[in-house]
Design a protein around this ligand. Structure first.
Ligand SMILES: [Zn+2]
Length: 245
């Protein structure tokens, strides 16, 4: 009930039902747990709200995280023009960066590039293509190293949220969590040993208790209930990759 109540309370515009379902779903996975714990904690302090709009408006960004800075604590408005798990994760990652005041252009960016350099060549062609597209092509439109690092940070989490085990529905190409993990070795380690600790210090007591009693699901053992619309009729989402695991 905690997630439902807090997301509902934070929704200033629109219907929160889908977002509640997606946040509850994502909460089971270790990758997103702390981002969501921080989100819930900040909602309790009435510093984060959602504006949820109907799909259909063209030529607009799918989501925005507006950060309202003041001399005290920041406030955040998460605007969703399309609601799905990976847009939610993306926008909340921007909140995490601003709330923790992370200097991502230093360590995080270095870890990502280290991973790309060392691990990408060994990964399969599709992973190379998708990561290459996201990390090298699309990021280049962001002007400063800081804005590039910020966008990369959000997309790192976003990638894991549209993996085939989590939410494969909108994507033409399926990417597996374990293939992402094989690339992002140093980045994942940085998340665990640095980012998670930073977040943990800021988690509200009630949220922490809720988190402690909510079990994790092994992402490699779940079957997403949101199937890929590009492969209708296939109940089990087969791997499109040819290697044996
Ligand atoms: Zn972004």
């Amino acid at each position: 009930m905690l997630i439902r109540n807090l997301i509902k309370q934070a929704t200033q515009v629109g219907n929160s039902e889908n977002v509640i379902q997606y946040v509850k779903y994502l909460y089971q996975f270790e990758k997103f747990r702390n981002t969501l714990n921080l989100t819930l904690s900040i909602i309790k302090q009435t510093r984060l709200s959602f504006e949820i709009y109907q799909e259909g408006l063209v030529d607009m960004e799918e989501g925005v995280c507006k950060t309202i800075r003041s001399s005290g604590l920041n406030k955040y408005v998460i605007v969703l023009r399309r609601s799905n798990p990976y847009i939610i994760v993306h926008e909340l990652s921007h909140m995490v960066e601003n709330e923790l005041n992370l200097s991502l252009e230093q360590e995080f960016l270095y870890k990502v590039y280290q991973d790309i350099e060392q691990n990408l060549k060994q990964s399969n062609i599709l992973v190379q293509k998708i990561i290459g597209q996201i990390i090298f092509k699309e990021i280049q439109v962001y002007q400063t190293p800081k804005s590039r690092a910020s966008e990369l940070f959000a997309r790192y989490f976003e990638l894991f949220a549209w993996a085939q085990e989590v939410y494969p529905k909108d994507k033409e190409y399926l990417i597996r969590t374990q293939d992402l993990n094989r690339v992002f070795l140093a980045t994942n380690q940085w998340k665990k040993s640095y980012l998670d600790l930073q977040i943990m210090e800021r988690i509200d007591k009630e949220v922490k208790e809720y988190s402690d009693k909510t079990a994790f699901k092994d992402i490699n053992k779940v079957q997403s209930s949101w199937t890929n619309k590009f492969s209708p009729g296939s109940k089990k989402i087969g791997s499109i990759f040819e290697d044996d695991n």
